[in-house]
Design a protein around this ligand. Structure first.
Ligand code: 6PG
Length: 252
């Protein structure tokens, strides 16, 4: 197990557009390699605003025509507890930017909150997602589900997925999807837990914008070991993709 915080040498791209293209290249490479090796690509998609352009890019013919969609299964890193039709829904964003534009088989997309009923029963939705991960994904030696790729963003407070500072979910080692309460709006979330993120074959942190420069500098300085992102110990490859604005606080 790696005993270092998951900050590797970042790839710094000059613009948001070039960050998106580089993320798409890495996504396509991971997808093609997973299908070649295991005839399947299981990927958890991040929410929030940063990955929106990436999903839109993956839906363009340049990318979509390279992807063997029948061998792809898409999941979520985290979700706000709102119905999928709500403008704040991460799955709603993923569906609008990607799923409505590509031939992913309908039963290959796995939202954490599939309908309004699930939004009314977040504990049940999290338990069902935990069970889904246990049955649909390969397992590591410790039983944790193994994604081929997990996409994550980073909040300006150092959260990732919906693992927020001080959250009990940061200590969760037996369940793989749990509900969390946050001060962020919406306050109720469902999130993948640390053992799932740590077991992935590859994790890509996609971070952009000047509002992230301070947290990126704190993470890469190693001075805040209690930040949620700093506490993770992924066993697989970790990539940091930053635009120049988010990397502005990094020395050298
Ligand atoms: C969410 C995300 C969250 C996000 C970070 C960064 O539901 O909001 O999953 O973890 O990745 O907050 O968000 P931005 O990409 O919008 O800055």
């Amino acid at each position: 197990m790696n005993d270092q915080a998951p900050v590797s040498t970042p790839e710094i791209l000059p613009s948001r557009a070039e960050l998106t293209m580089q993320a798409a290249r890495h996504w396509l490479t991971a997808c093609e390699a997973s299908i070649a090796a295991r005839d399947a690509f299981h990927c958890a998609l991040a929410g929030g605003g940063t990955p929106r352009q990436l999903y839109r890019c993956l839906a363009t013919p340049w990318a979509a025509d390279r992807i063997e969609w029948s061998r792809v299964w898409l999941y979520q890193s985290d979700e706000r507890v709102v119905p999928p039709e709500d403008p704040l829904s991460n799955w709603g964003m993923i569906r609008h930017e990607l799923l409505d534009r590509v031939p992913l088989p309908p039963d290959h997309g796995h939202p954490m909150i599939p309908n309004a009923g699930a939004a009314g029963d977040p504990e049940g939705a999290a338990a069902r997602y935990d069970a889904l991960l246990r049955t649909r994904l390969p397992q590591a030696e410790d039983g944790a589900p193994v994604f081929d790729l997990i996409l994550l963003g980073v909040g300006s407070d150092g959260h990732t997925a919906s693992l927020f500072p001080g959250s009990p979910a940061l200590e969760e080692r037996s369940r793989y999807a749990v509900t969390v309460e946050t001060t962020a709006v919406p306050t109720q979330r469902i999130t993948l837990t640390p053992p799932v993120i740590e077991s992935a074959r590859e994790v890509i942190f996609l971070v952009a914008g000047e509002e992230k420069a301070e947290i990126v500098a704190r993470l890469f300085s190693g001075g805040d070991p209690d930040l949620p992102v700093a506490r993770l110990r992924p066993v697989g490859r970790v990539r940091w993709l930053l635009d120049a604005a988010a990397a502005a606080g990094l020395s050298g």
